[in-house]
Write a protein that binds this ligand. Structure first.
Ligand code: FES
Length: 104
């Protein structure tokens, strides 16, 4: 049995703009991760046996991002705004229904 029922990793990598490659943090990743943490707590989903939201470094899908991945299903998502993150949290993280429209 997993320690967490679902584990969400947000890539929050910040890359030097001079590098010429995009990065998730330049597209709002840290703010969205903070939002997700607050929402998971507000929904009563946080804690052992339930849900954990963590920051990750580059997950190497930079051009498809910003990206996050939900385990144990290993489903990858991109998102644009809070509404997208909210949909992932409620549909997938809370109820186990994959959000196909945001899947990468
Ligand atoms: S910067 Fe996010 S996947 Fe690489």
């Amino acid at each position: 049995m997993s320690y967490y029922a679902r584990h969400v990793f947000f890539c929050c990598n910040q890359r030097d703009p001079a590098s010429g490659r995009s990065c998730c943090n330049a597209r709002g990743a840290s703010e969205m991760r903070e939002y997700a943490k607050q929402r998971v707590k507000a929904l009563g989903l946080d804690g052992p046996g339930k849900v954990r939201v963590n920051q990750a470094g580059c997950l190497d899908r930079c051009e498809e991002g910003p990206c996050l991945v939900v385990y144990p299903e290993a489903v990858w998502y991109t998102y644009v705004d809070r509404a997208d993150v909210e949909e992932i949290l409620v549909e997938h993280v809370q109820h186990g229904r994959v959000v196909e429209r945001l899947r990468i």
